[in-house]
Design a protein around this ligand. Structure first.
Ligand code: GAP
Length: 448
């Protein structure tokens, strides 16, 4: 059942067994909290990113796309506040050598038995908290000296801010308008974990919407609602989604107001942030103006005035939404007449890695040839799998487990009348469809 404590363990195992997600550098014992997406995982995440790109960029006149570089001028991170302020308080235990976030001790477990919070065993010897910067540092060029330090970006947002005028002027955009990008971000998290929930290398899908000061709270409200709707449209259950409003103490250094879209991952994780919607005011553009000595103002020609726009940011983790989609989709079901039951990933068809699987019922009588011809035709439009091994029941189960919405079977009748059966993953209903109409039939179902 989705939401039960062991769903995450079952998902980690399914994701590895079925080619969704592998531990990075597994043959060397793995890299801490870094994951590789396998053949089906890369399709799933790509479908989620494409859906976001379509909703945020392609379907709107007022948002432009961008792909800024990961490495940026080091002054960027001074201006943004990350060099001074992107820190977590860290404590070490001299006894167990564990390392914990000082502000999250209640969520941490000491490795000594019985299970207790760090500091609660007599033998625990916690150090004073010290501030630990989460940015990964590296060097640009041949010399490893302090002047050559650059950072792996901890958020994609700053690549947007520094390009604000480039995009606005080259695309002749008028405020209000937005800039969106999808890209990798890196954080040296003290306590990563929970599979792909919190990792050190991850992907963000961020959009900065530039508005006239004074109209910011109106836009903030609008983006909050639009982003929640996007998650609902992705198929995440309404009962598992809710907003969390940041209190004054929780607000990031740049934020005037912030709401998280949270998703109930079940088990010990429960409700957690998957997206942040922030009112960043004019903090970032003003900072970059000051640090670069370049004006980042917008000139409103109609009203003949200049101002530094306010920014409403929507920031969502591609990996975190992928995990939410997997947790949301995972279910175990009993099937009449089949004591072993079935595991189903009830993914929204639009994000399922494989859209349809084609099976010949037997390996003779021209059925494999007809099935292969259908595969070739459908591959022009969708990712399609072909499978002729094992019983038809086993083949269905294999596809259910990876979320394939439709299974097409070529049977004894098919080679005669050119019809096939199409089985629906969720209802298990079977339609008999003319093979020449399959593309249109599937396209109509997938478009929903
Ligand atoms: N630019 C604003 C910003 O980065 P954030 O709340 O720190 O805001 C936004 O991050 C989103 O990025 C989060 O809601 C989450 O989905 C994702 N994210 C942040 N840190 C992550 C990590 N260590 N692993 C995976 N995803 C992460």
């Amino acid at each position: 059942m989705a939401g039960s404590p062991d769903v995450m363990d079952k998902l980690v195992s399914l994701c590895k067994r079925r080619g969704f997600i592998f531990q990075s550098s597994e043959i060397y014992g793995g890299t801490g909290s870094v994951w590789d997406y396998g053949p089906l995982g890369v399709e799933l995440k790509k479908n989620i990113k494409d859906r976001w790109w379509h909703a945020m960029v392609r379907s709107r006149d007022d948002i432009e796309g961008l792909d800024a570089a990961i490495l940026m001028h080091p002054r960027t991170w001074e201006a943004s506040g990350h060099v001074a302020g992107f820190v977590d308080p860290l404590v070490d235990c001299k006894t167990c050598k564990g390392r914990f976030r000082a502000d999250k001790l209640e969520d941490a477990r000491c490795p000594q038995k019985p299970s207790k919070q760090p500091g609660q065993h007599d033998a625990c010897a916690l150090t004073e908290a010290r501030q630990f910067n989460l940015m990964f540092k590296t060097h640009m060029g041949a010399l490893e000296e302090s002047a050559s330090i650059v950072y792996l970006r901890p958020e994609t947002a700053q690549g947007i801010f520094v390009n604000f005028l480039n995009v606005q002027q080259s695309m002749r955009q008028k405020v209000p308008f937005g800039i969106a990008q999808i890209g990798k971000a890196f954080r040296n998290e003290i306590t990563p974990g929970n599979f792909i929930f919190r990792t050190r290398e991850f992907e963000q899908m961020e959009m900065q919407f530039f508005v006239e000061p004074g109209t910011d709270m109106e836009w903030f409200e609008q983006w909050k609602q639009l982003r929640m709707q996007w998650h609902l449209d992705l198929g995440l259950s309404p009962e598992r989604l809710r907003f969390h409003q940041h209190t004054a103490g929780e607000l990031a250094h740049y934020a005037r107001a912030a709401f998280d879209v949270t998703f109930d991952f079940g088990g010990t994780l429960g409700y957690q942030e998957i997206e942040g919607v922030h009112n960043r005011s004019d903090f970032d553009l003003t900072q970059h103006q000051q640090f670069s000595s370049k004006k980042l103002e917008y000139f409103d020609q109609v009203n003949n005035k200049r101002y530094v726009p306010y920014v409403i940011e929507t920031s969502v983790g591609a990996d975190r939404v992928t995990l939410a989609a997997l947790v949301n989709a995972y279910r175990e079901e009993t099937v009449e007449g089949e004591p072993e039951g079935r595991v189903v990933l009830g993914l929204h068809p639009a994000i399922a890695p494989i859209k349809a699987a084609v099976f010949p019922l037997t390996k003779k009588d021209g059925q494999p040839e007809m099935a292969q011809a259908i595969v070739s035709d459908l591959r022009g439009a969708f990712p399609v799998d072909y499978d002729e091994s094992g019983s038809i029941g086993k083949r269905y189960r294999r596809q259910d487990e990876v979320g394939t919405p439709f299974c097409i079977t070529v049977d004894g009748q098919s080679t005669g009348d050119q019809t096939v059966t199409v089985r629906d993953r969720d209802s298990l209903a079977q339609d008999r469809v003319d093979a020449s109409q399959l593309r249109g039939y599937l396209a109509a179902k997938l478009a929903r």
